[in-house]
Write a protein that binds this ligand. Structure first.
Ligand code: AMP
Length: 226
């Protein structure tokens, strides 16, 4: 494996982590692991893990540290790839996960730089975004839309993806109760997580993410020297 950089995407739900990482994969040929996607895959495939985490995901709570850390380790074990840069989208989310990541960093060696990209956006903007968010059902696409009146992210055809013509769906945890819970959980862990990462020597770069995705992508690329 010849990874130069691992970029940890840390930010509240709805801060654009998923959409930005998807753009990096498509346009920069980077690789990404989304622990949220891996969890949803387990649920869809009705695996034992999927059955055990279904309730936590629906209600906006965290899945156990052991389960998600295992997923990340298995990904690195099974994906012997040559991507220069790998994004971890939504991992680590707790200090315990960050400690596990420190071990992974050791196995990657000194040549792999670890950077935290921290995304900042206020809670009201998040609630607004997530309540109106719909996603293309096609796993290969997963383009994100907003059904908010006059949004630039509105689909051209009602409830249909502009890109692949597939039906749009709502995530089970994009409802008011789960959104508030996810925000609460994020804020509960944010400071401890970031101070652990700082002590571990990982550089933290901050991005204002209340921007259209194309603008955020430009700023992000510039900042990362791409
Ligand atoms: P996301 O797609 O990143 O918004 O994650 C959706 C849900 O998956 C979260 O609300 C958690 O229930 C679960 N999840 C994803 N990543 C993690 C993680 N690193 N630790 C614990 N739970 C996670």
């Amino acid at each position: 494996m010849s990874i130069d950089r691992v970029i940890l995407f840390v930010g509240p739900p709805g801060s654009g982590k998923g959409t930005l990482s998807q753009k990096c994969v498509q346009e920069l040929d980077w690789d990404k692991i989304s622990t949220g996607d891996l969890c949803r895959q387990h649920i869809e495939n009705q695996t034992e893990i999927g059955k055990s985490i279904d309730f936590a995901i629906k209600s906006g709570k965290l899945v156990s540290d052991g389960i998600v850390s295992q997923m990340v380790f298995e990904w690195f074990r099974d994906n012997e790839n040559d991507s220069r840069v790998v994004i971890l989208d939504g991992y680590p989310r707790t200090v315990s996960q960050a400690k596990t990541l420190d071990n992974l960093a050791e196995t990657l060696g000194d040549s792999a730089e670890i950077i935290i990209a921290k995304f900042v956006i206020d809670d009201q903007a998040i609630v607004d975004r997530l309540e109106n968010r719909y996603i293309c059902k096609n796993k290969e696409c997963q383009r994100v839309y907003s059904l908010k009146a006059s949004s630039v992210l509105a689909p051209k055809k009602d409830m249909t993806c502009d890109n692949c013509d597939t039906e749009l769906i709502k995530r089970k945890d994009d409802n008011s109760d789960a959104i508030l819970e996810r925000l609460k959980v994020y804020h509960l862990h944010e400071n401890d997580l970031l101070s652990h990462c700082q002590k571990a020597g990982y550089e933290i770069r901050e991005f204002e993410s209340n921007l259209p995705i194309d603008q955020l992508f430009v700023k992000f690329k510039e900042n990362m020297g791409e």
